[in-house]
Design a protein around this ligand. Structure first.
Ligand SMILES: Nc1ncnc2c1ncn2[C@@H]1O[C@H](COP(=O)(O)OP(=O)(O)OP(=O)(O)O)[C@@H](O)[C@H]1O
Ligand SMILES: Nc1ncnc2c1ncn2[C@@H]1O[C@H](COP(=O)(O)OP(=O)(O)OP(=O)(O)O)[C@@H](O)[C@H]1O
Ligand SMILES: [Mg+2]
Ligand SMILES: [Mg+2]
Lengths: 257, 257
């Protein structure tokens, strides 16, 4: 079982879109995929029509008591796609940081819970909220690789620098270093700002940056409107082709590990 | 002194862009403007070239001890624009929720601090992080009107429903109801998704929705690249014209109060 976490403290950079696009493509290739929504805003859960306010169980419950494999399986929601299940989020997650307060040792909850599902899924993809908190920390610690979508524009580059600092601080606390790949998203070849930012991204982070880009593509919005994964809605769109190339690249990196 | 808070739990909808665009236009009209950055990601502070990691004082300090007017004035940073000052954010804000834990009565910190500056500024605009926490609660409670930017697309409409629920829950705890205006942003008249979402927004929220839209405009990214407010960078662009109309609308509403 391979665990990828999609994270960036900057909002609206395409975290949820990347998680769903990659998950959809893996499912099409016959892989059994679990998508984990750790964002109290629950965009991922909504995308698949899950009304999280009606749910009895969600990611939140994993933090409240240690769950058995059977209990975790009960929190999972099926989707219209045979190979994709969701571990949903609820709004209650927004209070998790405050309710945990100074309680220590809460960084491994997700990692331990996900490991219990290792014979059920080939890939687990975790979508993160745009803020550093106990949920993001859990998702980073549980992952084999962190996928960091970054918009190709000025503010986003500054934001990336913060994300890197966050990972550095956290790295001190765990044994193995974080492995990450930076994905340039919403690339608009018509704007000078995009080209400049992309060049700067490569200068600053070199090898850690994927050698492709996800272009601006209005099909993503249209796909989310009718709640279908992008590769099901517009299989030969520029955006989906970019995620197919990205997936090939990530699988190649995974094989080398 | 008028206080407007720009908030939405969804990321990347144009909160920071709206705060800076409206602030820039108010400053051009000769108003004295304070922009408050309550986002640990500090996009607003960076936009004006403030390296928040080097700062001694920031919004964080207001929560640590009760500050006098002089102390608050010391946390403020000037900008290249004579009528705009910034109350900056730092990364340390990300730990505020956990460090406050169960301590009650922390919802009025910003309101009390800002009131001490009432003879210094005509307008205070607060930019919020994309997550419900003590910082957003403080900014909502301190405001005369909440400005809610919403992308015209499916996921964002669902997100708005959450934001409304959040305001309803909080309203129970304070005496006066929240006053809010919903701003459709990143409107793309070429995509059916935008048109459908905009129509749905008006059906669901009627009067609370501004009667205009902020169109998709690449000038915003270009302006942020060279750290100039949009109305200084591209005064007659479609995006800036939309914010000028919005500002006229908001001032008219303010006069009726
Ligand atoms: N390559 C792209 N081209 C055009 N639009 C895109 C692209 N990727 C994502 N989008 C759109 O941008 C918006 C934000 O994307 P998304 O919600 O995935 O970002 P996010 O980082 O998950 O946001 P949040 O910080 O709120 O979790 C959505 O409307 C989505 O459809
Ligand atoms: N009307 C618009 N047209 C095109 N691009 C826009 C528009 N408004 C904002 N943007 C761009 O979209 C990106 C996100 O905007 P912004 O950072 O203001 O959103 P935000 O809601 O503050 O995000 P966060 O949730 O991270 O705080 C930025 O690159 C900005 O330049
Ligand atoms: Mg998301
Ligand atoms: Mg912002």
């Amino acid at each position: 079982m391979v665990v990828w976490t999609v994270a960036n403290q900057k909002g609206g950079v395409g975290k949820t879109t990347s998680t769903i696009s990659l998950g959809g493509l893996l499912a099409e290739r016959g892989k059994k995929v679990l998508l984990v929504d750790t964002d109290p805003h629950a965009s991922l859960s909504y995308y698949f029509g899950i009304e999280s306010e009606d749910l009895e169980l969600s990611v939140y419950d994993l933090f409240v008591q240690v769950s058995t494999k059977e209990q975790i399986m009960q929190t999972l929601c099926p989707t219209a796609y045979k190979n994709i299940d969701i571990l949903p989020a609820t709004m209650g997650l927004a209070t998790l940081d405050r309710s945990l307060g100074a309680k220590g040792g809460m960084g491994l909850v997700l990692k331990k819970a996900i490991q219990k599902l290792s014979d059920e899924y080939d890939y687990v993809l975790m979508d993160c909220p745009p803020v550093l908190g106990v949920l993001m920390v859990n998702a980073l610690v549980a992952s084999d690789r962190i996928i960091v979508p970054v918009q190709t524009e000025f503010l986003a580059l500054k934001g990336l620098d913060r994300m890197m600092k966050t990972m550095e601080i956290m790295q001190g606390e765990q044994q193995k270093p974080f492995i990450y790949t930076i994905i340039p998203t919403m690339f608009d070849k018509r704007t000078k700002a995009s080209l400049l930012a992309y060049k700067k991204l490569q200068d600053l982070y070199g090898e850690a940056v994927w050698n492709g880009v996800v272009p601006i593509d209005t099909n993503f919005r249209n796909a989310s409107n009718i709640q279908r994964v992008p590769s099901d809605f517009s299989p030969s769109s520029r955006g989906v082709l970019a995620y197919k190339n990205l997936l090939d690249y990530l699988i190649k990196l995974q094989k080398r590990m």
